[in-house]
Design a protein around this ligand. Structure first.
Ligand code: G1P
Length: 290
């Protein structure tokens, strides 16, 4: 049986330039979908998958994320004094235990591969997960839990994938597939953001990864790729001769919340699955569809 996945890395240092001006003074990971920030969904998904240690790779102007996962004494006190005990209980319910979260900074914006490499001392020599909070996934069980189950079968590196229209390959890491049973696709290579005409397939990497620790040896080479950045995709591709690589087609819907339409759609989808909101949201949508 493959070694258990206990730790997850959350790269949250990105500037969120696709969402300006909303993200000028606020981290993009703090954008709310319905009533909780994107990063909270990612942390809850990880926790539901059995993750025990959460490593955040942050950057400047990201302190709101740290505050979000800490007690707010003033808030809890004033809620308690006004008798809103249920609200206090809810706030505490998803709070990580002391010492479960650690933070390290990516001092320079050198790419996703570099961000993951910044977490190496927190991960050590064990397999781990990476979750990109702006890929929000509506699924039950959660995407990472599904991936860990698949990983128990195949080991190695496993990433979440979905088919995208060929004209969109420029936005994703793309798999060069050798075998595909419709659920797990084994790859012999990967290309970061190829032009549609150069893409080896349309199977794209979504922001969920299970990685073996040998990825850090590749990332340590600091080799630059697409956009002059240190790409996680390139480092994963270089491990393929030694480490099996599979794309996993998860059961669920993914929303690209780094994009205005994806974000808007996520708000609709996540409110429509809430019994207390569904009817009202349906009415609102039909009001604007007339
Ligand atoms: C990153 C990765 C890319 C992956 C994508 C998933 O790109 O570099 O391989 O497909 O995340 O969201 P980014 O969206 O950060 O440009």
């Amino acid at each position: 049986m493959a070694q258990a996945i206990r730790k997850a890395v959350f790269p949250v240092a990105g500037l969120g330039t696709r969402f300006l001006p909303a993200t000028k003074a606020m981290p993009k990971e703090m954008l709310p979908v319905v009533d909780r920030p994107l990063i909270q969904y990612a942390v809850e998904e990880a926790r539901a998958a059995g993750i025990e240690e959460f490593v955040f790779v942050t950057g400047r102007a990201k302190s709101a994320i740290e505050d979000h996962f800490d007690h707010s004494f003033e808030l809890e006190r004033s809620l308690t004094e006004s008798g809103k005990l249920e609200a206090v209980k809810e706030l505490r319910a998803w709070m990580p235990a002391p010492g479960q979260i650690s933070y390290t900074r990516q001092q320079m914006p050198l790419g996703l591969g570099h961000a993951v490499w910044c977490a190496r001392n927190h991960i050590g020599d064990e397999p781990f997960a990476v979750l990109l909070a702006d890929d929000l996934i509506l699924a039950g069980p959660g995407c990472l839990e599904q991936m860990i189950n698949a990983y128990q079968e195949v080991g190695g590196n496993v990433v979440a994938v979905e088919d995208v229209p060929r004209e969109n390959t420029l936005q994703y890491g793309i798999l060069d597939v050798v075998t595909d049973d419709g659920y797990l696709a084994r790859a012999r290579g990967l290309v970061e953001k190829p032009k549609p005409e150069d893409a080896p397939s349309t199977l794209s990497i979504i922001g969920r990864y299970i990685l073996q620790p040998n990825i850090f040896d590749e990332l340590a080479m600091q080799q630059k790729g697409k956009g002059n950045e240190i790409q996680l995709t390139d480092a994963m591709a270089r491990t393929i001769p030694k480490t099996p690589f599979h794309g996993f087609r998860f059961d669920g819907t993914r929303f690209d919340c780094g994009n205005r339409f994806g974000y808007l759609e996520a708000n609709i989808a996540f409110s429509m699955v809430r019994e207390d909101m569904k009817d009202r949201v349906t009415q609102i949508i039909s009001k604007y569809s007339e």
